[in-house]
Write a protein that binds this ligand. Structure first.
Ligand SMILES: [Zn+2]
Length: 150
């Protein structure tokens, strides 16, 4: 899928709608080794989400990771992040060094996945109605998030 400044603007607006918080996106492999997406605070306290660029060729996977990382932000999981140096190379932080035990990881991920599925069930079916004149399924999905009133 083509990814333009417009796509990135839509992602930022959709993120604000879903989480109530400003989020910066980077289309690059996450700093956490082996992850397809990650959400963290940078050292200046900004919410930053990384998404692997290869996911752009997989609409379903892309929106799932997009919503999953935003669910972490919406649920406040990133609020306790003391700040990460996000200028380090992709994959340079080992998963185990995120400081979460397996149990708390499971609890956090279960809640995150529940919110992710709620959003996907709400927005994916109506995305085609927002798709007129847009370049990609992803942009249609993002417009559905931005403009749909529950
Ligand atoms: Zn997660």
């Amino acid at each position: 899928m083509p990814y333009t400044n417009y796509t990135e603007k839509l992602m930022t607006r959709a993120a604000l709608k879903l989480t109530g918080r400003p989020v910066t996106f980077r289309l690059r492999d996450p700093i956490v080794d082996g992850a397809q997406g990650s959400a963290q605070k940078d050292l200046a306290g900004r919410n930053v989400i990384d998404i692997s660029p290869w996911l752009l060729d997989h609409y379903g996977k892309f929106v799932r990771i997009f919503c999953h990382e935003l669910a972490h932000v919406a649920l406040g999981h990133v609020d306790t992040d003391l700040g990460t140096d996000i200028t380090v190379k992709p994959g340079s932080i080992a998963w185990s060094l995120k400081g979460q035990t397996f149990h708390s990881m499971t609890t956090i991920e279960t809640a995150t996945e529940a919110l992710t599925q709620k959003w996907l069930k709400l927005y994916k079916p109506i995305a085609p109605y927002f798709g007129h004149g847009v370049n990609t399924n992803l942009e249609a999905f993002l417009l559905a998030v931005i403009y749909h009133e529950e």
